[in-house]
Design a protein around this ligand. Structure first.
Ligand code: SAM
Length: 299
């Protein structure tokens, strides 16, 4: 089984407008599909740094002297690039979320399809797992996770049900969790709702929103003028942050105007949002929710 089929491969790498001698970063290496495409467009002087917090991704490391793989969270992008003597780069690509490998290995706990322990950690060293969230979060916290990250309107009832059930003993496996959630999984919608609940827990376990925000805020200082951001999101919470950040350099509100009423923003968007073609979705169903946004750093 392949590790991961890259999504919007040509479109996202085209979006970087690659300069053959430039320095590029792929912050979500995974199976290395995007990294390989970037390397194929770089000349002998070019450089590519890639990040992935999952140690499983290390098996895909590319043997190329222009390439460096960093097994860390991209929320520390600036710190680790500095460690390699890099202060400014020409382009950054992000293909967020989970790889097919993570979904397809039962014991990682990401997929609703398998029986497994509650885990869902992208970084296997992290102390926060799905087990912690489900068993130790207060009802209020659980409700917020389900509501904010799963966009579940009945989050309060689901949280209450989990808290009541765990009084009878810890909820350690996906089967037990599914059993408890049964009243919220009507026939026909079972998979969709369970997937929303899993998504919410996964975003919390991996602190995905915090990591994305911290990462985005560093891109402004890292990119050279004319440097590009090419970012693929898989759910509306991520895409909203990316869109707002590209528009204004902020996640909320509007940028301040100067004395003359001008606003200064760090990026200019390049083209419109891109989604996969129907052919790509036919070939790779996991591409179906992808949304690509491209931006250029202004001088
Ligand atoms: C959708 S996959 C990327 C697939 C890759 N573009 C390819 O073509 O094979 C996302 C990858 O990013 C990694 N990842 C997600 N969030 C991360 C973070 N905050 N820091 C580092 N890696 C992260 C995941 O472990 C996963 O391997």
């Amino acid at each position: 089984m392949s590790y991961h089929k890259p999504v919007l491969l040509e479109e996202s790498v085209d979006g970087l407008n690659i300069q053959p001698s430039g320095i590029y970063v792929d912050v979500t290496f995974g199976g290395g599909g995007h990294s390989r495409e970037i390397l194929s467009r770089l000349g002998p002087q070019g450089k590519l740094f890639a990040f992935d917090q999952d140690k499983d991704a290390l098996v895909n490391k590319i043997d190329d002297e222009r390439f460096t793989l960093i097994n860390e969270n991209f929320r520390f992008i600036k710190r680790f690039l500095r460690f390699y003597g890099v202060k400014k780069v020409d382009g950054i690509l992000g293909d967020f979320g989970v790889s097919s490998h993570q979904f397809d290995v039962a014991e990682r706990g990401f997929s609703t399809r398998f029986e497994s322990k509650l885990d869902m950690r992208m970084n296997q060293q992290s102390s926060l797992s799905a087990f912690e969230v489900v068993n130790n979060y207060e009802e209020k916290q659980l409700k917020a996770v389900l509501f904010n990250y799963g966009e579940l309107r009945n989050a309060p009832k689901i949280a209450r049900t989990i808290v009541t059930a765990r009084k009878e003993g810890e909820i350690a496996t996906s089967e037990r969790l599914k059993e408890i959630l049964q009243p919220f999984l009507p026939m026909g919608k079972e998979h969709k709702i369970l997937a929303q609940i899993y998504q919410a827990i996964r975003i919390e376990v991996n602190q995905e929103i915090e990591a994305l925000k911290e990462f985005l805020l560093q891109t402004e200082g890292l990119l050279k003028p004319g440097g590009r951001l090419s970012l693929i999101s898989y759910h509306s919470l991520e895409d909203r942050l990316v869109k707002r950040y590209i528009r204004s350099g902020l996640f909320e509100g509007e940028p301040e105007k100067d004395f003359y009423g001008n606003i200064s923003v760090p990026f200019q968007k390049v083209g419109k949002m891109i989604v996969p073609s129907s052919e790509e979705i036919k070939r790779n169903n996991r591409a179906r929710s992808a949304r690509l946004r491209i931006a250029e750093r202004l001088a």
